[in-house]
Design a protein around this ligand. Structure first.
Ligand code: SF4
Ligand code: SF4
Length: 421
C-alpha cells in the first residue's frame, strides 16, 4: 500500500533547523514579500508548533503554509539540508486531514483521480476552444474570453488538445535490436496540452533506434495533488501507475516533465518498498539522451548559418535532483542554436504547482523577475524541460511584453533531427 509520509515522520528534520536564516536570501516568495512567515525558517517553526500542539490551524497559519512554491531553493542553500518543501507538503496534508481540502483541492482530487473524466474535460475544452479562448498575437498562447473559477482572464494558457497524445500513438513503437527499451511516462501536460513535445520525444528516440512503450493506462503522477495536500489521491495515483508501469519489461522509465520525474523518482520512492524498482528506473529524457551519445551525434551535424539565441530555465524539480548539465549539453549541441546562459536560471519561475492558482499575484511578481532575466540574456527563446514551466514562462513573458517564446528543448531537438521513415 502506497503511504505518503506524515508530518510526524519529519520531526528529526524539523528539529535540525538552527534558525540561521541562510534560507531568506534564496526564497522567491520572501524575495517579493519580505515577511518572516514566508521564509523556510518561519514555516518550519510553524510545522514544529503544529506538531507540539502549540498552535491551532487558524487562518494565519494556513495562509503562511500556503505561501510556499515547494521549490526547494531553501534546502539547496541550508547548512543542514532541512527539506522545507517536504515538510510544508506534509503540513498541508495534516491540514487537509483535519479541516478537509479547499474547494480547489477537492476539484484537483476529483479530476486527477478519474482519468476518464480528465479525458472528457480535455476533449470538451479542445473542441470548444474557439468559443472559450482568444488567440494571443504571434500565437503565443490563449486567453479566456470571460473569467472562470480559479483562472484569471489575463493568464496565458496553452491550447487544450481535442485528441490527447496517448490516443494518437500506438502503445509500442519498435526500434532496432540491441537498443534499449524505454517506457515513456508522458504526464498530463504533454498528454493534454503539449502533444508536440510527445511527438518530438518519439522522434528523438527513433533517431537512436530505441523501442518505446507508451502505456495507455498510465495516470497523472499526482504532483498537483501533493501541492494541494490531497493524500488519498496521490496514493491512489501512485498505485495505479505502479500497476500500469510494472506490466512492461523496460530498461528505463523516461519522463520529459520535471514534475513527473520528481513524482516517480523521488516521491514514489518514499511511499513504500514496492516502488523501489519503478523509482530507480525513472530517468529524465536529457539524462537518457546524454548517456546514449546524442550530444556527440548532434555535434557532427553542420552548424546553421543563422542560429537562434536560446537560454535555459532550470525547472525546480530537476535542479533539486542535481539535473542541470544534461539539458544544457543537448541545447548547446543543437546546430541551429546559440546558447546563452541567463542570470538566475535556477530560480523558480513562480508556478509552484497549485501555488499560482491560490496566489496568482505573487506568482506574477516572481515570474516578472524571470521574464526580466530572459530579456537581459538577449535570447529569442527560453527552453526548458517541464510543461508547467513552459506555461508559466510564457505567461510571465506576455505580461512583460517580452516577445520571446517558451518551448521544450525536445521541440528544438526535433527541428534539428532528420525525418526518418
Ligand atoms: S531552514 Fe536551514 S537555512 Fe533556513 S533557518 Fe533553518 S537551518 Fe537555517
Ligand atoms: S520551498 Fe521555495 S518557496 Fe518554499 S520556503 Fe523554500 S525557498 Fe521559499
Amino acid at each position: 500500500m502506497a503511504k505518503l509520509k506524515k508530518l510526524e515522520d519529519y520531526r528529526e528534520e524539523i528539529e535540525q533547523c538552527v534558525k540561521c536564516g541562510a534560507c531568506r536570501a534564496h526564497c522567491p516568495v520572501f524575495d517579493v514579500e519580505k515577511r518572516e512567515g514566508r521564509v523556510a525558517r518561519g514555516k518550519i517553526a510553524l510545522a514544529h508548533s503544529i506538531l507540539e500542539g502549540e498552535v491551532g490551524l487558524e487562518p494565519k497559519v494556513l495562509e503562511d503554509l500556503s505561501q510556499c512554491l515547494l521549490c526547494g531553493s531553501c534546502c539547496d542553500q541550508c547548512p543542514n539540508k532541512v527539506p522545507t518543501e517536504d515538510i510544508v507538503a506534509a503540513a498541508r496534508r495534516r491540514i487537509a486531514e483535519q479541516k478537509g481540502l479547499s474547494m480547489f483541492g477537492k476539484g484537483v482530487a476529483a479530476v486527477l483521480g478519474r482519468p476518464k473524466l480528465m479525458n472528457l474535460l480535455a476533449k470538451s475544452g479542445g473542441t470548444l476552444s474557439s468559443l472559450l479562448f482568444k488567440t494571443l498575437p504571434e500565437n503565443s498562447g490563449l486567453r479566456l474570453r470571460f473569467p472562470a473559477p480559479y483562472l484569471e482572464q489575463d493568464r496565458t494558457l496553452p491550447p487544450v488538445t481535442a485528441k490527447p497524445f496517448r490516443e494518437r500513438v500506438p502503445e509500442v513503437i519498435h526500434g532496432e535490436p540491441h537498443q534499449p527499451t524505454v517506457l515513456f511516462f508522458t504526464g498530463c501536460g504533454i498528454n493534454y496540452l503539449y502533444p508536440a513535445v510527445g511527438e518530438a520525444f518519439l522522434k528523438a528516440l527513433k533517431f537512436l533506434g530505441v523501442t518505446v512503450i507508451i502505456p495507455k493506462d498510465q495516470a497523472c503522477c499526482g504532483l498537483p495533488a501533493v501541492s494541494s495536500g490531497a493524500t488519498k489521491t496521490v496514493e491512489k495515483l501512485a498505485e495505479q501507475n505502479l500497476s500500469a508501469l510494472s506490466r512492461h519489461k523496460v530498461d528505463h522509465i523516461v519522463t520529459a516533465c520535471a514534475s513527473c520525474n520528481a513524482g516517480l523518482g523521488k516521491i514514489y520512492a518514499e511511499m513504500g518498498e514496492e516502488f523501489s524498482e519503478l523509482s530507480t528506473k525513472t530517468m529524465d529524457i536529457f539524462v537518457f539522451l546524454a548517456n546514449h551519445g546524442l550530444p556527440e551525434k548532434l555535434a557532427a551535424l553542420p552548424k546553421a548559418a543563422d542560429r537562434i539565441k536560446v537560454t535555459y530555465h532550470d525547472p525546480c524539480h530537476l535542479r533539486t535532483q542535481g539535473i542541470t548539465q544534461e539539458p544544457r549539453q543537448i541545447l548547446k549541441a543543437l546546430p541551429q542554436v546559440e546558447f546563452i546562459e541567463m542570470p538566475d536560471a535556477g530560480t523558480c519561475c513562480g508556478l509552484g504547482g497549485t501555488y499560482s492558482v491560490y496566489h496568482y499575484e505573487n506568482s506574477k511578481r516572481i515570474g516578472a523577475k524571470k521574464a526580466a532575466n530572459i530579456t537581459t540574456s538577449g535570447a529569442e527563446l527560453v527552453a526548458t524541460d517541464c510543461p508547467g514551466c513552459i506555461m508559466q514562462l510564457q505567461d510571465s513573458i506576455n505580461h512583460a511584453d517580452g516577445g520571446q517564446r517558451s518551448v521544450h528543448i525536445l521541440e528544438l531537438l526535433a527541428d534539428a533531427l532528420p525525418d526518418l521513415p
